[in-house]
Design a protein around this ligand. Structure first.
Ligand code: COA
Ligand code: AMP
Length: 645
């Protein structure tokens, strides 16, 4: 049946350049692009070549110039400290300009990298925008990562300056960031010239002059009082705005590079047409600025469109209870809420009847968007019943920066099919191929790929690793970008995302590489070999379980070694890995050619039916997996998530 979505999607298909040129009119250009898409540049082509612009100008200055300076731009709400503060576009301009002045005084120039390692506080957003103002490239590192992960990002980005906070606040504990930062800088070969530290009153850090550590607030206050003016630096549309590192199939993270022009065009289009938001609306993305969702829909998307964005420090539960989300929605009259399904599973576990929501006025809410992992139909229906608004699942990745598949309520809401994030967005031609690269029939499971070129807003490459980008994403299916997700498209064109085809798992909406976790487990002196698999979990979707085989002669108590491996992962990767279970096996189940049967281990752990692979080397090894799991206290069938309808 023809509808607005079909019209728009067909318009894009017919004349992609006309479509994106029109979308680009919503952005201020210092110099307009001379081409919409140039297939001869970059790895697969580049968007808006010749265009000159600045993301900070588009997020702040142009709204101030348009007379909207006194409207709310960023609302900070901390369920951890009780803080609540509204920053208008005028305030934001003052704050961001001051941070930009501080960075400029430290020698930061266009193209320099700045690493931002911060919790969810306003200074983190100011810092991102200040980098954009100077044309510097920021790289935000999620606070739940350990020193080693931060060090590998420092080495890759070779940051001139690091901006950090003295601490983060997690329920029941203060996370001291400064010792992690110190350890990371000690580990890294590429040392930053300066560290700017936001001192939080909950835990101040000792700053060392010798290490060029400076107090963020002191310097910013000076620049604010001087009212230093820092003009937005003109950057090319194809210049990078940021690098965001994400899990790859090895311990070495991939630096997703986002350009300046295409990113703005895509996000601005998506805010209006997917999320149905307009200037003056209030949007709340309950995620973290360390993830792509935070980059796109806490910071850049809403601000580009003049939408008020909420920056929330806290959790959906336990800060102080499962009613926090409803307090925020009511208090700030949130129109669109966006979070990960895991947050709703946590709320539902603590408040199954939704009693916290009943006493709140949630009438401002128009839609709930979910992403980051598969939205199980049960949670989706529960949220619909509770909120009486459309609950929209949408599928995207750090690499794409915005939704590949969604239900574009800004154009026209399409019927929801639970289990499907709905239909491809303009720019994304989604196809399903078998392993040989042949298109499969509707309804048949295969590799989800996107026909090149990727639309504006998607990654242009991996930071200083074009070859890795080609090898990982473009080589296997020539002419396509490989999403590494498996799924199918039904007869109505609805896309279903079923599983990853690589070693990535999604844990509480956070992306983890089991291969990287295996690399860490294997460094324990008593571990001969290991396998890490994602096991389904009622709240987090999946959690990693480690299966270890010990070296001959490792004769210390198993429980001690298990705990040491768990501690090792926490210390090397960080608490975000949620790695709590390491189990010891006499041998790993393998095929006769030596391939570890991770898929079968996962099926056993998930309580699914499984068949003995014909190529198995020793069938008893799989039986042992079941025995060891049964004995494990952390393994309980009630932990299973109901994905099936
Ligand atoms: N800094 C330091 N530590 C952090 C951190 C941060 N920014 N974020 C998480 N951690 C720690 C947690 O404190 C926890 O530590 P613990 O092992 O000592 O308990 C560990 O990392 C695991 O965190 P998490 O996986 O988030 O589990 P949780 O039990 O603390 O919370 C949820 C569970 C579901 C409530 C929480 O994950 C959540 O709100 N998720 C929303 C998902 C989301 O924002 N996804 C982003 C993509 S949309
Ligand atoms: P990240 O890069 O952290 O955003 O993780 C991207 C991956 O998360 C995707 O490749 C999918 O495997 C998964 N994912 C994201 N959104 C969805 C969704 N709506 N449904 C199913 N899986 C999703």
């Amino acid at each position: 049946m023809p509808n607005r979505y079909t019209d728009v999607y067909e318009q894009w298909k017919r004349e992609p350049d006309v479509f994106w040129a029109k979308a680009a009119e919503d952005i201020d250009w210092f110099k307009p692009p001379h081409s919409v898409f140039d297939p001869h540049q970059g790895v697969y082509g580049r968007w808006f070549d010749g265009g000159v612009t600045n993301t900070c100008h588009n997020c702040i200055d142009r709204h101030v110039i348009a007379g909207r300076g006194r409207e709310a731009a960023v609302i900070f709400d901390s369920a951890m400290t009780g803080a609540s503060q509204i920053y208008t576009f005028d305030d934001l301009l003052l704050e961001v300009t001051a941070v930009a002045a501080v960075l400029k005084n430290l020698g930061v120039e266009k193209g320099d990298r700045v690493v931002i390692y911060m919790p969810m506080i306003p200074e983190a957003v100011f810092s991102m925008l200040a980098c954009a103002r100077l044309g510097a490239i920021h790289s935000v590192v999620f606070g739940g990562f350990a020193a080693q992960e931060l060090a590998s990002r420092l080495d890759s980005a070779r940051a001139k300056v690091v901006i950090a906070a003295s601490c983060g606040l997690e329920p029941g504990r203060i996370v001291a960031y400064k010792p992690l930062l110190d350890a990371a800088i000690d580990l890294a070969d590429a040392k930053p010239a300066y560290c700017l530290v936001v001192q939080r009153e909950q835990l101040r850090a000792d700053l060392s002059e010798e290490r060029h550590e400076l107090d963020f607030a002191e310097l910013v206050t000076v620049e604010k009082s001087k009212k230093t003016e820092i003009a937005c630096v003109a950057v090319a549309a194809v210049d990078p705005l940021y690098i965001l590192y994400t899990s790859g199939t090895t311990g070495k993270p991939k630096g997703v590079v986002r350009d300046s022009g295409g990113h703005m065009v895509a996000l601005q289009w998506s805010i209006r047409n997917i999320y149905g938001l307009r200037a003056g609306d209030v949007s709340w993305t309950a995620s973290d600025i360390g993830w792509v969702v935070g980059h796109s829909y806490i910071v850049y998307g809403p601000l580009l469109a003049g939408v008020t964005t909420i920056l929330f420090e806290g959790k959906p539960v336990g800060t102080p209870d499962a009613g926090t989300f409803w307090r925020v929605v009511e208090h700030y009259r949130v129109n669109v809420l966006f979070t990960a399904p895991t947050a709703f599973r946590a709320i539902r576990r603590d408040d199954p009847d939704g009693t916290f929501a009943f006493s709140r006025d949630l009438s401002s809410l128009r839609a709930l968007f979910l992403a980051g992992e598969r939205a199980d139909p049960e949670t989706l229906r529960w949220a619909e019943k509770l909120l009486h608004v459309p609950v929209i699942d949408h599928w995207w990745q750090t690499e794409t920066g915005w939704a590949i598949v969604a239900n574009p309520i800004g154009l026209e809401p399409l019927p929801v099919k639970p289990g499907s994030p709905t239909v491809p967005m303009p720019g994304f031609s989604v196809e399903v191929l078998d392993d040989a690269g042949k298109a499969v029939e509707p309804g048949i499971l295969g590799n989800l790929v996107i026909r090149l070129p990727l639309p504006p807003g998607c990654l242009t490459t991996f930071w200083e690793a074009d070859d890795r980008f080609r090898e990982t994403c473009l080589q296997e299916f020539p002419g396509y970008y490989k999403t590494a997700d498996a799924g199918f498209v039904d007869d109505d064109g609805y896309v279903f995302i079923m599983a990853r085809t690589d070693d990535i798992i999604n844990c509480a909406g956070h992306r983890l590489s089991t291969g990287a976790l295996e690399e860490v487990c294997a460094t324990h002196p008593d571990v001969a070999e290991c396998a890490v698999v994602g096991v389904s979990d009622a709240i987090k979707g999946q959690v990693p379980y480690g299966f270890l085989v010990l070296k001959n002669g490792a004769n210390r108590a198993a429980s001690i070694i298990q705990q040491e491996v768990v501690d090792l992962v926490r210390q090397r990767v960080g608490p975000v890995a949620s790695f709590r279970t390491a189990l010891i096996l006499p041998k790993l189940p393998k095929t006769r050619s030596g391939k570890i049967l991770r898929g079968t281990i996962q099926k056993i752990a998930d309580g699914e039916t499984w068949t003995m692979p014909a190529t198995i080397d020793d069938p008893s090894a799989l039986d042992m997996v079941a025995v060891v799991l049964q004995k494990s206290l952390s393994f309980h069938p009630s932990n299973k998530i109901a994905y099936k309808q």
